[in-house]
Design a protein around this ligand. Structure first.
Ligand SMILES: Cc1ncc(COP(=O)(O)O)c(C=O)c1O
Length: 477
């Protein structure tokens, strides 16, 4: 990480120490000298770190006494006890999802809606510079098809990047797709027969539910724990009682909770799936956005039986508009490639070439470092602020990566009512209703916070809080 961003890295580490209880609320923070010594930085960088944490509300300074840890109260979402599994459902979200996505009529003042990094946090300048360099040197190649499985240097760069999680991937195994959505669709087509049943987490990323709806597949929603992910006991039960063609799961920093499965649970999931010969489609789009020091391992790392189809993309880490993702379909590689050729022939050339260079010249890695530190350092203060502005009894997820937050509203407050009232004043949120075919999450909201936690976000959160208070007093109609 560059020197100028070292303070973000240290801020992230200190925030985490507070979240883990190693630095307790009210206690005196280490002196600037201690910080400088411990992290081997200048006193200026130590000061910059503390000023940043003070701005976020993690520390407060007292004249002549130094810096103190602020009281942060973070009521957790309750850990779920074993829940029953409903029968496979035909997904019917189309009209609601369309309403959510068609925001052309909204004069947006603040968006917590679509899960993406705010353009100010996307590496716009670096990508644009790379585009200019590519345009100078590509010599007509950009107008040609790059045949499936995609641009070889990009496949190599992705294979190299997998070293970060211990992945021993060969470039030949990587198939470039038009984003993770395309990867998920191709993998589902490869392993699920028409009308087949797919086990998903519940709540599930609503784009996945829409894909299932469009493909005419059924979803069997397996309850997910806010901290541990998919309930594996429930999954075992579902596999024993239903004909399930595939399991789709987001083991790392899932959308909406931002939580990750433990390595032991990942191994257990693979064991359960292999006992039933069920392929597992792994969605790892947020895997690189960890707050802790180590990149969590995907299922693919533990997959000795070649039963996973790994999917990811640059949409969540870099920029969604490039529409570049990839999959590692394992034993289904030939089938997925054939489907891709039939579906779309190839992925657009320019973004593949640009991203290949962006990865190869180290800019992607630097950008990830900065993004992770930014997200990690603001997570705890953000939850603390939400706790203060939403009504008492609101429960908020505790992400360990990514930037989506799941909010369970108290009492009878309807998320759809919040959504409509917020939309009227230009604030976009995602109601829990679209994360399931059932109405289980109609009191929940998902907020995407991949942007600076500053005055604008605070004002928008305060307005959302105000709306929920009003609806609570109105009887949650
Ligand atoms: C869990 C998950 N998977 C996949 C996607 C879609 O990714 P892409 O834009 O690469 O198609 C999203 C986008 O929100 C997501 O949250």
């Amino acid at each position: 990480m560059s020197k100028t961003h070292r303070y973000l890295e240290i801020s992230a580490h200190l925030s985490q120490q507070i979240q883990l209880g190693h630095l307790t609320p009210g206690s005196k923070a280490p002196s600037l000298r201690d910080i400088a010594r411990q992290y081997q930085v200048s006193l200026g960088t130590a000061m910059q770190t503390y000023e940043h944490l003070e701005k976020l509300g993690v520390l407060r300074s007292e004249p002549k006494r130094g810096f103190f840890v602020t009281r942060l109260s973070t009521p957790r979402l309750p850990t779920k006890t074993r829940q029953t599994v409903a029968a496979p459902q035909t997904v019917k979200l189309r009209s609601l999802a369309q309403d959510l996505l068609s925001t052309a009529d909204v004069n947006t003042t603040y968006s917590f809606g679509t899960a993406l990094l705010h353009p100010a946090w996307q590496p716009v300048a670096g990508l644009e510079k790379t585009i200019r360099a590519v345009m100078k040197s590509a010599e007509g190649m950009l107008g040609q098809y790059i045949p499936s499985p995609g641009y070889s240097p990009l496949r190599q760069a992705i294979a190299m990047q997998a070293f970060e999680w211990g992945g021993n991937i060969h470039a030949d195994e990587v198939l470039i797709t038009a984003g993770a959505t395309d990867a998920l669709q191709l993998c589902l087509k490869a392993v699920v027969p028409p009308g087949g049943v797919v086990a998903t987490e519940s709540p599930a990323y609503f784009g996945l539910l829409q894909i299932l709806e469009n493909m005419g597949l059924k979803a069997l929603e397996i309850p997910a724990d806010p901290m541990r992910g998919m309930d594996l006991g429930a999954l075992e039960m579902a596999l024993a009682t239903h004909q399930i063609a595939a399991i789709v799961v987001t083991p790392n920093h899932n959308n909406p909770f931002g939580s990750s499965m433990s390595d032991a649970d990942k191994v257990r999931l693979l064991r359960i799936a292999s006992q039933h010969l069920t392929p597992v489609i792994e969605d790892d789009v947020y895997g690189d956005l960890h707050y802790g020091p180590a990149r969590p391992k995907p299922l693919r790392y533990f997959d000795e039986a070649d039963q996973t189809l790994y999917c990811s993309s640059f949409s969540k880490t870099t920029a969604p508009g490039y529409r570049v993702g990839w999959c590692l379909p394992g034993q289904y590689q030939a089938r997925v490639q054939q489907l891709q050729i039939e579906n779309s022939i190839a992925v657009s050339s320019l973004p593949q070439v640009v991203l290949a260079r962006f990865l190869a010249n180290g800019e992607f890695a630097r950008h990830l470092d900065i993004t992770r530190a930014r997200l990690a350092s603001q997570c705890t203060p953000l939850i603390d602020y939400m706790t203060r502005v939403f009504p008492a009894g609101t429960r908020i997820s505790q992400p360990v990566g990514g930037y989506t937050f799941w909010i369970e509203l108290p009492g009878l407050i309807s998320a759809m009512d919040v959504y409509h009232a917020a939309r009227r004043i230009g604030i976009l949120v995602t109601p829990g209703d679209v994360f399931s075919s059932s109405d289980r999450f109609r009191h929940c909201l998902r907020l995407s916070c991949g942007q600076v936690f500053g005055p604008e976000m605070k004002a928008a959160l305060a307005q959302l809080g105000e709306i929920t208070h009003q609806l609570q007093y109105a009887g949650g109609s």
